[in-house]
Design a protein around this ligand. Structure first.
Ligand code: GDP
Length: 141
C-alpha cells in the first residue's frame, strides 16, 4: 500500500469537549503519524472556501455556522493508506449510522456536529492540505 497524506479536522464540538488528545490517540493507535497540526479559529470566508463543493446544498449555511462556532484542530496525517484509514476511523457522516467504536459514534452528537473531517480522495487531500498548510511546514517522518 502507498504512503499517503490526508487532512483531518477535529471540529468545534470535539475541541469544546476537550477530546483532541483522545481522537489523536486513535489516529496514532492505527499507525498514522501527525505530520503537521494547528489549533485555529476559521474565518467565515475560509470555511466557505473549504466547503465550496457543498455551496449549493441546503445545509451549507448550517455547516459554515458550525465550523466557525469555535476553534478547530487541523492536522496532516501520514501513513499507509492514510485516506481510507482515517475515513474508517471516523465512521459514517451521520453519527447515528456510524459503526460502534468509530470516532463519530463515540464523540459526535449530530450530522452537523460530527466531530471530525477527513479528506475523501487523493486529489481532495492534496487540495485540502495545500489550503491549510501552504509552503514547507509539513514533515515526513
Ligand atoms: P464527510 O466527508 O463524512 O464529512 O461528509 P460530506 O463531505 O458529505 O459533508 C461534509 C459535512 O457536511 C459533513 O461532515 C456534515 O457535517 C455536513 N453534512 C453532510 N450532509 C449533511 C446533511 O444532510 N445535513 C446536514 N445538516 N449536514 C450535512
Amino acid at each position: 500500500m502507498t504512503v499517503e497524506r490526508t487532512l483531518s479536522i477535529i471540529k468545534p464540538d470535539a475541541v469544546a469537549k476537550n477530546v483532541i488528545g483522545q481522537i489523536v490517540a486513535r489516529f496514532e493507535g492505527a499507525g498514522l503519524k501527525v505530520a503537521a497540526a494547528k489549533l485555529v479559529q476559521l474565518s467565515r470566508a475560509e470555511a466557505e472556501q473549504f466547503y465550496a463543493v457543498h455551496a449549493a446544498r441546503p445545509f451549507f449555511k448550517d455547516l459554515v455556522d458550525f465550523m466557525v462556532s469555535g476553534p478547530v484542530f487541523i492536522q496532516v496525517l501520514e501513513g499507509e493508506g492514510a485516506i481510507a484509514k482515517n475515513r474508517d476511523l471516523m465512521g459514517a457522516t451521520d453519527p447515528k449510522k456510524a459503526a460502534a467504536g468509530t470516532i463519530r459514534a463515540d464523540f459526535a452528537e449530530s450530522i452537523d456536529a460530527n466531530a471530525v473531517h477527513g479528506s475523501d480522495a487523493p486529489e481532495t487531500a492534496a487540495v485540502e492540505i495545500a489550503f491549510f498548510f501552504p509552503g514547507l511546514n509539513v514533515y515526513s517522518r
